[in-house]
Design a protein around this ligand. Structure first.
Ligand SMILES: [Zn+2]
Length: 259
């Protein structure tokens, strides 16, 4: 049996086969619980990317059902991603460490504390606008306005698209606990795990569209410059060799040229 899978360690898309995937189920013989007859299921998947080769682990607490072939899993009651411990994707170290840390932490606590996760994600988003776009206004709404203005007059950094700003504006209020608490201390703004996830995905998109794209452009430019420099050096060497060859030409031939 095969299935499609994206490795959470390296993001590599691949087809999983029996050679690198295993799932097991063990029924608990501890009596019938409020959830009925239950047991533990787990899956282990090894990444086939040789540069990664990590193992992802997950476990499920499941209701089980008796069949002619014994007990089988029927319905998942609770599930845990055991390894990696977080849904965060690896990020390159040319993205500022403070932004990466906020992102990793936002991912790690997303399910347990979506409100704290969204607050961190929002701080990361604002940090990105400050670092990448050079805009620091105190309030995210004012920074979005400034970014829109710069986009209109053509002074926004490359990679900043109108759609990106719209997306930031759409999720602006999620995780904005501080601002709400100042207005009404008793007002509790709930954040669903899905909302925290929306912020996290926006951050991942901006890491890609802003930092990774800029880094790739810089690398391509550096490669072109290296090629140009090598070409220039080769031409200079070639000219020097010709000059040397002319200087070393025997006199009689030189006389012929002169005559
Ligand atoms: Zn992998």
């Amino acid at each position: 049996m095969t299935h499609q899978w994206t490795c959470p360690f390296c993001n590599n898309h691949q087809v999983v086969t029996d050679a690198n995937f295993q799932s097991s189920f063990r029924k608990f013989h501890i009596g019938k619980s409020t959830k009925g007859e239950t047991g533990l299921a787990y899956t282990a998947t090894r990444c086939v990317n040789p540069d990664c080769n990590e193992v992802a682990l997950s476990a499920q607490y499941v209701r089980s059902r008796s069949t002619n072939n014994g007990w089988v899993p029927e319905q998942t009651i609770e599930a845990w991603q055991l390894r990696p411990g977080s849904s965060s994707k690896p990020q390159p170290d040319y993205i500022p460490a403070a932004l990466r840390e906020d992102y990793f932490e936002a991912c790690a606590i997303r399910s347990a504390s979506p409100k704290a996760s969204a607050t961190l994600a929002r701080r990361c988003l604002q940090g990105m606008i400050r670092d990448f776009c050079g805009i620091a206004k105190g309030r995210l709404i004012d920074e979005i306005k400034e970014l829109n203005k710069r986009l209109d007059d053509g002074s926004a950094p490359r990679g900043v698209e109108p759609e990106t700003i719209e997306a930031i504006d759409a999720v602006r209020d999620i995780g904005n606990i501080g601002a709400h608490m100042e207005k009404d201390i008793n007002l509790i703004i709930d954040v669903e795990p899905g909302e925290a996830q929306a912020l996290i995905e926006l951050i991942e998109m901006l890491f890609e569209e802003w930092y990774v794209a800029r880094h790739k452009r810089e690398q391509r430019l550096a490669a072109v410059k290296t090629i140009a420099a090598e070409k220039k050096a080769a031409i200079a060497t070639g000219r020097a060799q010709i000059a040397k060859a002319v200087a070393a030409t025997p006199d009689d031939e030189g006389d012929v040229i002169e005559g």
